[in-house]
Ligand binder design. Structure first.
Ligand code: UT7
Length: 318
């Protein structure tokens, strides 16, 4: 028994914040941001808009594309680092908004690799026979955990959501997933604050050692991509599309180089939404599915990394 992705959807909030807009807030420039990251603009959720709202909009599109009734969904997994509340989970809030009470619903917290963690979890539920039709979402509102006076981080992130419907099938679908984590690196990318005793304790904003993260990401992502191909005995040349986490164009290019993949086989949506953490892979996937780049039987290599450190890859037959 395998899981097959039968529909995708995505959603970006309306408000666009360009690099020029940011240069009015902090000492930065469109030239610096574009050259060092590849990002041109990002989206910012409206006041009152919640992560579950972004997830709902992306989910509705994925459900429509899958051609299923919402009532067929028997598992909901939301990958997010920016949940609506400490609890209940954003997945439970989303379930209520979708009007499909009863099925298991939970969040996965693996920051920018969250979608891969959620996809791997849903894939295993389906392979084990515990689910027939799973809804997997990456949704984030990072704009609310950014220090807007810190130019080294605020220019990098944005808000958005992407979703996929996975259905049980005789043929794969999700061929393989591979997850990794190394908690020795918690300090180079984190939000150190938490809520306790009626107050926010510690800094509730993202802090990052950018160059250290960059170095770690380049090696880990290259290794993860090579490792999943080797374990499945798939040649690099067989990959039709690499759909990477959208954090930095230079990191994406480096993984593509290591796999000898031309950039024409890499889906890059980063310029239009920046790093949307768990949402970035499903946002890129949905874009490439809807614009017709990803075609039936194409072999997709998904890869991503984020705070934890946590990272992973997936091989998917479309
Ligand atoms: O999802 C996973 C999480 N995140 C990532 O994957 C991000 C990984 N890291 C990166 O993408 C890059 O390290 C950054 C884009 C964050 C930074 O690029 P960099 O080439 O590593 O630059 P840097 O941090 O070494 O900084 C170079 C210079 C510094 O100035 P000095 O010390 O050379 O005078 C910074 O202060 O650029 C300066 N700088 C900026 N200048 C203009 C840093 N941020 C900015 C900015 N605008 N926004």
């Amino acid at each position: 028994m395998y899981a097959r992705i039968i529909g995708t959807g995505s959603y970006l909030p309306e408000k666009i914040l360009t690099n020029d807009d940011l240069s009015k807030l902090v000492d930065t420039s469109d030239a610096w941001i574009t050259e060092r990251t590849g990002i041109r603009e990002r989206r910012v959720a409206a006041e009152g808009e919640k992560t579950s709202d972004l997830a709902l909009a992306a989910s509705r599109k994925a459900i429509e594309a899958a051609g299923i009734s919402p009532s067929e969904i028997d598992l909901i997994i939301v990958a997010t680092t920016t949940p609506d509340l400490i609890f209940p989970s954003t997945a439970c809030i989303l379930q209520q908004k979708l009007g499909i009470p009863g099925c298991p619903a939970f969040d996965v917290q693996a920051v920018c690799s969250g979608f891969l963690y959620a996809l791997a979890t849903a894939d295993n539920f389906i392979r084990a026979g515990s689910s027939r039709c799973a809804l997997v979402i990456g949704a984030e509102i990072f704009s609310r955990i950014l220090d807007w006076s810190d130019r080294t981080t605020c220019v990098l992130f944005g808000d958005g959501a992407g979703a996929a419907v996975l259905k049980r099938d005789q043929v794969p679908g999700v061929i393989a997933t591979e997850l990794h984590a190394d908690g020795r690196y918690t300090d180079i990318l984190r939000v150190p604050g938490n809520v306790a005793e009626g107050a926010v304790k510690g800094k509730p904003y993202l802090e990052m050692d950018g160059p250290a993260v960059f170095k770690f990401a380049v090696k880990a992502l290259g290794d993860a991509a090579e490792s999943i191909l080797a374990s499945q005995r798939v040649a690099k040349t067989e990959v039709d599309w690499m759909i990477p986490h959208q954090a930095n164009l230079r990191i994406i290019e480096s993984t593509a180089r290591r796999l000898d993949l031309p950039m024409s086989k890499v889906v890059v949506t980063l310029p239009y939404h920046g790093n949307t953490s768990a949402a970035s892979i499903p946002l890129a996937l949905d874009t490439a599915v809807r614009d017709g780049r990803v075609k039936k039987n194409d072999l997709l290599l998904l890869e991503g990394i984020g705070g934890g450190f946590a990272w992973g890859s997936a091989l998917v037959r479309w």
